[in-house]
Design a protein around this ligand. Structure first.
Ligand code: 5AD
Length: 434
């Protein structure tokens, strides 16, 4: 199974390739050498990542051709808005009418939606988000892999199970070779085209080694590399960009500075946002977002979080529930319920209907066994599978009992593909429209 459809290069316009996917044109930054019109490529996140030999591409395309349009039909049928309007709160109806017909809603209106708890209204909100997801993104669903390379952390985040609060945890840091081997397996054996390399905020990262391994993954294996090592500063960001990293996953965690500073003593939201902005200036695709259900967090804060992600030009919205970890100061706090999280995903879709890739996080899957299905039916169009070597999985314990902790990557892929097929989604990332 592959996680991108081969695209045929139709034109080359300066630094961009115009690529055809079954009659639809998309644009991809060209960083590959010697690409010609007529070649086949894989693209991810708007970057051409690999050239594919003609015969291989044609074989893959012939399989895809058979299922691609069938999947689109299933998705279309599941995302129709044929909702019964009787007995639904009239304000909810009028706001959703606006949203569904591309009229920008007011912040107060979205705040009202966020406060809804009645079942019928909630259902209409989630279905509207699914309708908009289909309208702008069709049935594409990003399936990325994540490799957790280090749990050695210098930060004191009050919610996090690998922070300095957890003094009993054995710490690890994968070597350059271990990272490369895990990436090679994820890409060559499992077919991932985009990989997140994530680690705690480790003061002793060897950026020379990391740059080197990123360069090898990009050039030898041909994948989009997304880095996620906390706040590493502008120099390291630039160095890793030059090495070939093209995405940054860094959550701002909360847009409320008071909450931020309470949960991260000695650190500021301003610095966090500054780092995200610097990465954007360097050219990184951004995945950002925050935690839902933090102490003192209001609906207004959550809405501000969603607007902040958009303002920061997030390519991917990453919002997940806070889950209490027993070795942290927040151990006794209760997490939000599933419906609250679904509402947040739906609202993210309303805030950025056309551009956002919206992730169903592993934390949400840990909170609720139906999260992936329900999230994908509530505006989300992205999932991440855990490709961390088994021996380290348990040690990357940001919260307890993580979903898929003990599943082989192959098993996670099988489950995901089965679900995506049921929902009519294609596990692919067609990138930006030409
Ligand atoms: N619950 C949910 N998510 C958490 N993270 C850290 N600790 C927790 C927790 N207890 C998230 C943070 C961080 C990401 C890597 O993991 O948002 O950015």
């Amino acid at each position: 199974m592959c996680y991108a459809i081969p695209g045929k290069v139709k034109r080359i316009e300066d630094k961009f390739l115009i690529v055809d996917y079954f009659g639809e044109e998309r644009k991809a930054h060209n960083e590959l050498s010697q690409i010609k019109v007529g070649d086949y490529i894989y693209a991810q996140g708007g970057f051409a990542i690999r050239r594919i030999p003609h015969n291989e591409a044609q074989e893959i395309l012939s399989t895809w051709r058979e299922i691609f349009f069938d999947l689109q039909k299933v998705d279309l049928a599941l995302s129709r808005l044929n909702q019964e309007r009787k007995d639904i709160d009239s304000r909810v109806l009028s706001i959703l009418d606006k949203v569904n017909y591309e009229i920008k809603p007011q912040k107060e209106e979205l705040l009202y939606l966020l406060s809804i708890t009645q079942e019928k209204e909630l259902d209409f909100i989630l279905k509207s988000a699914n309708f908009l997801r289909q309208k702008y993104h069709k049935n594409a669903c990003c399936v990325h892999g994540i490799i957790e390379i280090s749990n050695t952390c210098s930060r004191n985040c009050a919610y996090c199970g690998i922070s300095t609060h957890n003094t009993g945890l054995r710490r690890y840091r994968m070597s350059k070779d271990e990272i490369f081997c895990a990436a090679q397996e994820a890409i060559e054996k499992h077919g991932f085209k985009a990989l997140v390399l994530q680690g705690a905020q480790d003061l002793n990262y060897n950026f020379k080694d990391l740059a080197n391994v990123i360069q090898c993954i990009k050039n030898e294996l041909g994948a989009l590399v997304i880095i996620s090592f906390g706040e590493i500063g502008p120099h390291a960001l630039e160095r890793l960009y030059k090495a070939g990293a093209r995405g940054l996953l860094l959550r701002f965690e909360t847009s409320n500075p008071q909450i931020y500073e309470k949960l991260h003593p000695g650190y500021t939201l301003k610095d966090r946002i500054q780092e995200i902005k610097q990465a954007y200036e360097l050219g990184y695709l951004l995945a950002t977002g925050g935690l839902i259900g933090l102490p003192g967090q209001s609906y207004q804060d959550i809405l501000n979080d969603l607007y902040l992600a958009k303002e920061l030009n997030a390519e991917m919205f990453s919002f997940g529930p806070f889950l209490p970890h027993p070795a942290t100061p927040l151990e006794n706090l209760k997490p939000v319920i599933e419906e609250e999280m679904l509402k947040v995903l739906a609202l993210a879709r309303f805030v950025d209907p056309q551009n956002a890739k919206i992730l169903v996080t592993t934390a949400f899957e840990t909170l609720s066994p139906n999260a992936c299905r329900e999230g994908l039916l509530s505006g989300a169009n992205s999932v991440m599978l855990n490709a961390t070597p088994f021996k380290y999985r348990e040690l990357y314990s940001i919260y307890p009992d993580r979903a898929h902790q003990s599943e082989e990557v192959g098993e996670q892929i099988d489950k995901t593909i089965t679900l995506l097929k049921q929902l009519g989604r294609a596990p692919t990332d067609l990138g930006v429209r030409a």
